[in-house]
Write a protein of this length. Sequence first.
Length: 150
Amino acid sequence: MHNVVITAAVRSPIGTFGGALKNVTPVELAVPVLQEAVKRGGVEPHEVDEVILGHCIQRTDEANTARTAALAAGFPDTVTGYTIQRQCSSGMQAIMSAAMQIQLGVSDVVVAGGVEAMSSSPYALKQHRWGQRLQHGEIRDTVWEVLEDP
């Protein structure tokens, strides 16, 4: 089994719900963190095998947050990425998954962490895919739904 070494830790700014960062998307929040992580870790983006991000409330325009953020951060398209949704422990699960991939020899260099931007979370129109007729429709707050989910 291969040894796992954490070479860098970086975090993004923390805002309040609806505050100064309300117009920042999760990908925009993740990009400088990914760039700084490889810089501090002493690796080049092309040396990274995979980017894994935990993200609870994903947007439809950034469906695979990890892959989208990696490309936006300047990683080559040969670097794969996937996003984990495990509620509040999504970021921790991303780090654990990265460690397991390295231990098993699947990957040599993985950038992992978590991202969340609840202020940019969408509302959902769940019954409107095929039309909502002759009754009231409902707009669902995805933040509230996630907070209520056991």
